[in-house]
Ligand binder design. Sequence first.
Ligand code: HEC
Ligand code: HEC
Ligand code: HEC
Ligand code: HEC
Length: 248
Amino acid sequence: MRTFSSAWGVCRALRRRARRVSAFVPATVLLACLLAAALSGPSPAARRNARDEGMFAAAPQADYAGSAACRDCHEREYAHWSGGTKARFVRRADAPPPPGDPSGDVWRDIDWTRAPVDRERVLLVVGLRRRLAFVARGWTVFGQEYRLDTHTWQPRKGWRGQDYRMRCGPCHLTGVDRDGLAFRELGVGCEACHGPGGRHCASAAAADIGVPGRAGSDPALATCCRCHNDRNRHDRAIQGWAGPYHPL
Ligand code: HEC
Ligand code: HEC
Ligand code: HEC
Ligand code: HEC
């Protein structure tokens, strides 16, 4: 069993390699490849391989089933996933408080009368541990975020006033479409790592679903680093991580 122990070093190497490749592939070759791919599409084997490496491209939204659809057949993995933060860190402000999960509810205790963010306009609340970001109806990210340690507001670093689906969706939503405007599920669902599972839900065949790392790489290399990389120090969560993703 491969481990995640050197995941963050691997993430960096992967990013360096990606930069080198993109700098040297002549644009014409790239265009020709894209055209060929658009005409023929990848073979089923190539598609599954790509999924197993966690590198699948955004698939049509209709191919995604949503994590709830996996529950009945994979109770163990579902229980592990739904207990982690990936399932809960993005939630609707108008959803009822999560039963027995106080961390999902902390934002309700903020003194909203003096907040720089208009509570009435909040569609989504993002974050559970260190800070909270807020997304407005209309999908823009508010420029101020809330620190849970000091209970103070601060200007958001980096992207501001951007469309949440487009800027944050690739790492915060599951099944975002090519334009980045439609998605299947809030948060990091099963299919963010396993690829679209609609067909597998119907067939229950192993051939219809990806397993990160199955094709031979360290799972961390391909799947985890897509979101946990050294940009914004998102690699911290997987530093020192060892073992499989789902507990055995
Ligand atoms: C109707 C039941 C059913 C549903 C729904 C279902 N699965 Fe499965 N899944 C199975 C069965 C049965 C297997 C074992 C197949 C085998 O070994 O031939 C399996 C295997 C898998 C595997 C391992 C594949 C492999 O190559 O070893 C993964 C990963 C997986 N499922 C993920 C999911 C995800 C994600 C969802 C939801 C999108 C899901 N499953 C929904 C029945 C289901
Ligand atoms: C490259 C992937 C990626 C992108 C893009 C991204 N995030 Fe994140 N985000 C993560 C990861 C990974 C974590 C969890 C690890 C961490 O907290 O460092 C996270 C966590 C967060 C948290 C919660 C931190 C906490 O304390 O619980 C907030 C808030 C957040 N992101 C806001 C945003 C916003 C707003 C955007 C878009 C403007 C965005 N992120 C874009 C990957 C990303
Ligand atoms: C699609 C983006 C994405 C992928 C892929 C991803 N993560 Fe995450 N992960 C997140 C985000 C976002 C959070 C933060 C949620 C929060 O705490 O606010 C997170 C949180 C975590 C945490 C914090 C604890 C917890 O309860 O979940 C760990 C550990 C972690 N991820 C490990 C992994 C590993 C290992 C992999 C690869 C097998 C992986 N992640 C793949 C986005 C991702
Ligand atoms: C952060 C990425 C990630 C998420 C989210 C995720 N998985 Fe997995 N899953 C993996 C990885 C990596 C493996 C390979 C074995 C391992 O590391 O645990 C795996 C393995 C599996 C397997 C095969 C187990 C085996 O050993 O044969 C099943 C079934 C599965 N996942 C179902 C699910 C279901 C259902 C969900 C959602 C409730 C889910 N996974 C969410 C990363 C993920």
